[in-house]
Design a protein around this ligand. Structure first.
Ligand code: HEM
Length: 405
């Protein structure tokens, strides 16, 4: 991490993205140095703005729970240039509640959260299992080696989310393509804007269809039970797609990679499947795939943990750093599926805490267990140094994961 502009009596760092050589699961090393200095340190953004970096678990929870740190887009910037950071927020539809503060945020959240309760999510178990088994049948039919990302980790969350929204089968591939473009490192700002427009068109058609013939899916229910406008429904749908796909895909693939790289942990899990829920929690903590942000902007001047925060300062929370905080987790860099704690921040915290966390946990536990049971001899089909990672992207993961069995 380079140190540059002065902020108060500390030097402002730039946001590190490079993972330590040979340790693809560990956060960039400079985060630990920053945390040792102070859990909230000055951070320099690409345009020269100096704000804060949060690396301690307790401070991260405090920032995310304090609405003086606003989620509104005004003044927000990414600490590194990532795909999508040049997207104009003017083009975004109403209803994208992830970029809102209370009371607007609360209103949308209330309308949606009943579709993501643990009870509602449990009802989806048989369908998710069915979709998982179908994908594994296809993968087995191909005979390996296959890229686990393309064959399994991408399609499973796409199918689940499409089903939740009532997206017709024939539109799912095209829809997956636009989401890919929006998150790809190689897409230009123009391509992203174009995919955003085309995705918008597909979703408008879906909303029209839901109004004419509302089904039991989320969009169908929202058209019947609420007075949300088409534009608001569009914004909500985009949030669900963006929030639910990349994250779960990367957890499925990177999680499988982590298990393959820790054979003693994998053997323990194979010997006792009742460890699966704990394994999912530990994978969420250890991998913390949301690696850039959450990002907030101070809405006023105030004192926070003994520091003076000025209105307009941009604050970036590092979830991978917070989840390796040694004051919160014993031996935080050790991957231990018997750790038995869900006190991590992989899903964020506070009013914007991940709304899909029950669903994500269910997809992950069904996904990992079904995959590992189906292929008792699952292994990497390439040397580890050929597995590329997504360092410069909001969501960390593997670029591909060739496997055989
Ligand atoms: C392992 C998978 C997932 C991870 C690691 C994850 C992580 C996160 C994190 C860290 C946030 C907080 C963002 C912030 O504070 O600004 C968040 C928000 C959100 N997530 Fe997830 N997520 C996952 C899966 C899902 C799924 C499957 C869905 C639903 C289909 C979903 C829906 C949402 C929504 C709607 C928000 C915004 C909540 C709000 O602003 O009130 N997520 N997620």
């Amino acid at each position: 991490m380079t140190q540059s502009r002065e902020s108060g009596n500390r030097l402002a760092r730039t946001f590190p993205t490079a993972r330590p050589a040979g340790c693809p699961f560990d956060p960039p090393a400079p985060f630990a140095e920053a945390r040792e200095e102070c859990p909230v340190t000055p951070l320099q953004y690409p345009d020269g703005h100096v704000g804060r970096l949060v690396t301690g678990l307790q401070s991260a929870r405090a920032v995310l729970g304090d609405t003086r740190f606003s989620s509104l887009p005004a003044g927000k910037r990414s600490p590194v240039k990532v795909p999508g950071s040049e997207l104009s927020t003017d083009a975004l539809p109403a209803g994208m509640f992830v970029n809102m503060d209370p009371p607007d945020h609360t209103r949308y959240r209330r309308l949606l959260s009943k579709h993501f309760t643990i009870r509602r999510v449990r009802e989806l178990r048989p369908r998710i299992q069915e979709m998982t088994d179908r994908l594994l049948d296809e993968m087995e039919g191909k005979g390996g080696p296959v890229d686990l990302v393309e064959a399994f980790a991408k399609p499973l969350p796409t199918l689940v989310t499409s089903e939740l929204l009532g997206l017709p089968e024939e539109d799912r591939a095209q829809f997956g393509h636009h989401v890919d473009v929006l998150f790809s490192l190689s897409s230009s700002g123009e391509e992203m804007q174009q995919s955003m427009v085309l995705l918008g068109g597909m979703l408008h058609a879906l909303i029209d269809a839901a109004r004419k013939d509302p089904g039991q899916d989320i969009l169908g229910r929202l058209t019947v039970e609420t007075d949300l406008t088409d534009e608001e429904l569009l914004g909500i749908t985009i949030v669900l797609l963006i929030a639910g796909l990349e994250t779960t895909t990367n957890m499925l693939a990177l999680g499988t990679y982590a298990l393959l790289r820790h054979p003693e942990q994998l053997a323990a899990l194979r010997a006792d499947w009742s460890l699966m829920d704990d394994a999912v929690e530990e994978l969420l903590r250890y991998l913390s795939v949301v690696q850039i942000g959450p990002i907030r902007v101070a809405a006023e001047d105030f004192a926070f943990e003994g520091q003076s925060i000025r209105k307009g300062e941009v604050v970036t929370v590092s979830l991978p750093a917070a989840n390796r905080d040694p004051s919160a987790f014993e031996d935080p860099d050790v991957f231990d599926i018997r750790r038995g704690t869900s006190r991590h921040l992989a899903f964020g915290s506070g009013p914007h805490q991940c709304m899909g966390h029950h669903l994500a946990r269910l997809e992950l536990s069904i996904g990992y267990e079904s995959l590992l049971r189906r292929f008792p001899g699952l292994e990497l089909a390439v040397p580890v140094d050929e597995v590329g990672t997504r360092e410069m992207m909001v969501t960390y993961g593997v670029l591909g994961l060739p496997v055989r069995w």
